[in-house]
Design a protein. Sequence first.
Length: 297
Amino acid sequence: MLRQVVRNVERILPSWNPEVATSIFGVNISRSCGTTYSRRYSMKPKEMPSDNGLLFRQLFHEGTYTYTYLLACSKTRDAILIDPVDDMVDRDLKYADELGLNLIYGINTHVHADHVTGTGKLKEALPNLKSVISAKSGASADKCLENGNIITFGTEYLECRETPGHTGGCMTYVSHDHRMAFTGDALLIRGCGRTDFQQGNPSQLFDSVHKQIFSLPDNYRLYPGHDYKGFTVTSVGEEKTLNPRLTLSKEKFIEFMRELNLAYPRLIDVSVPANLKCGTLSKAAHDGSQQILDKLH
Ligand SMILES: [Fe+2]
């Protein structure tokens, strides 16, 4: 049977090379197809494809258009969640369990105003998991980060870059090994986070994006905290060229942001106090949050 497959491939591709077949099919196979066939990869039930050692998944919360990112070291199975949402913690735990992962950090890019972080619920389910946020956010957490700190999970790592301006404590997390960055709300695809509350400052946001994000190589992929139009990923080069806000001059950007006149965030009075404790909510606060959501849906 295998011999027949090889003959067919040779017929279709006269210059077929067994080396190429090896890389395509993931098997060692000799042209003679005698006894040298052997599997190079043995897929165990919990072994998943990874991008050069990193297992990466982008997850979505419909209610607030929030992205949560699951990253794991495919060698050790140590894993982190960036910006988990409290309503979706059951999904995230089940998913991590199915993949055989060991969640060690629940990381927030900032103190969110539009939803309650899932780190509190994650810690209830996984007592060894640590909550993480920037020191400048003013939130309490197991681990408070500063500019230049490194977060490691297995053989993977993220560099922490402070990107204040949307809030005073925003942090962007960068994987240089995989040429990707998680920007929270500092930079959205063709947009950016608002700057009219939580120590927001358009001048600071402009500087943060240009100095900490646009200074990365153009081919770094950028993963935002939200998207409202169906986009999932962008790149440094793309946003440097096409972002309608951040391609403005600094003066024009500040003027634009000051004139947005956006509505007051619907959950800010519930979310911010809870998120300042990394999602450890009192029952009263949780019930209040649910009542507001019920009215809105
Ligand atoms: Fe935000």
